[in-house]
Design a protein around this ligand. Structure first.
Ligand code: COA
Length: 261
């Protein structure tokens, strides 16, 4: 794998690739270099059969990602801002559309683009010290990396509007209550718990996992009919070798050995 300036990559024996945002002095803020490195890392991981799942987290004790880099984006004007937002939306969509499970292990501040990044992952596990928020209105802008859309999908319109209009941060317990995260755990258990969750998914039929992700993503895709996508994906899975193995293993009362074919 090629070297990265602001990301640390580590693949374990189970095929879980941990991508760690590593700009601790800026609370891991997403500058252009980091965003492009993320695009490259997710692209390579998606294509690499040795990678089976992606886990994203932040370096240091304080932050997952404290937002897009304010120093950089304060230079935007109306001719460059749309490209900036569209690029960020695209890079985060790589995580949402990744056929392998993606999980944000949120170890501190997940603000602005950091919250948007976590929301683009399929699952979110928060450490008890995590803080979430979309504070863009404090700066005179709005979320631009999909936050207005994904936050509304995850927590509902009323809570999403309150969070984005007040710029308030929510703690991990409230994020769990809102449905913004799947689990809250002690900081020292964050990575192990997150990996256990991913490993459970990795015991399931990979084609089925991929097609659940695709079908659920169809909900928010106005160009697709979600029910049609579900039926197509269902049929695709029915034609797989794993759908021979799954029922056979059940009837033989043994664990299934899926091959992803
Ligand atoms: N972009 C660029 N730099 C950032 C940053 C961001 N989004 N968030 C934090 N930093 C930098 C700070 O400028 C500071 O740098 P310095 O040490 O060179 O001065 C460093 O990270 C540490 O941050 P600091 O503010 O001193 O830490 P804190 O513990 O007092 O506060 C936060 C933590 C997260 C509450 C605060 O940093 C903050 O509000 N950050 C901006 C969050 C934001 O608005 N994000 C959305 C952008 S759209």
């Amino acid at each position: 794998m090629t070297a990265y300036e602001n990301l640390l990559l580590d693949r374990d024996a189970d095929g879980i690739l941990t991508i760690t945002f590593n700009r601790v002095t800026a609370l891991n803020a997403l500058n252009k270099v980091t965003l492009e490195e993320l695009a490259r890392a997710v692209g390579e991981a998606t294509a690499d059969p040795a990678v089976r799942a992606l886990l994203l987290t932040g370096a240091g004790p304080k932050a997952f990602v404290a937002g897009a880099d304010i120093a950089e984006f304060s230079l935007l004007d109306d001719s460059t801002a749309q490209t900036f937002a569209r690029r960020g939306q695209y890079v985060l969509s790589l995580l949402e559309n990744c056929p392998k499970p993606t999980l944000a292990a949120v170890n501190g501040f997940a603000l602005g683009g950091g919250c948007e990044l976590a929301m683009a992952c399929h699952l979110r596990v928060a450490a008890e010290n995590a803080r979430f928020g979309q504070p863009e209105v404090n700066l005179g802008i709005i979320p631009g990396y999909g936050g207005t859309q994904r936050l509304t999908q995850l927590v509902g319109k009323g809570r999403a509007l309150e969070l984005m209009l007040t710029a308030d941060m929510v703690n991990a317990a409230d994020a769990l209550r809102y449905g913004l995260v799947n689990h809250v755990v002690a900081p020292e258990q964050l990575i192990e718990f997150s990996k256990t969750l991913l490993k459970k998914i990795l015991t399931k039929a990979p084609l089925a996992v991929r097609h659940v992700i695709d079908s659920v993503n169809a909900v928010a895709d106005e160009k697709r009919d979600g029910y049609a996508a579900e039926a197509e994906n269902f049929a695709y899975c029915c034609a797989s070798e794993d759908f021979v193995e799954g029922p056979k293993a059940f009837l033989e009362k043994r664990p299934a050995h899926f091959t992803g074919k």
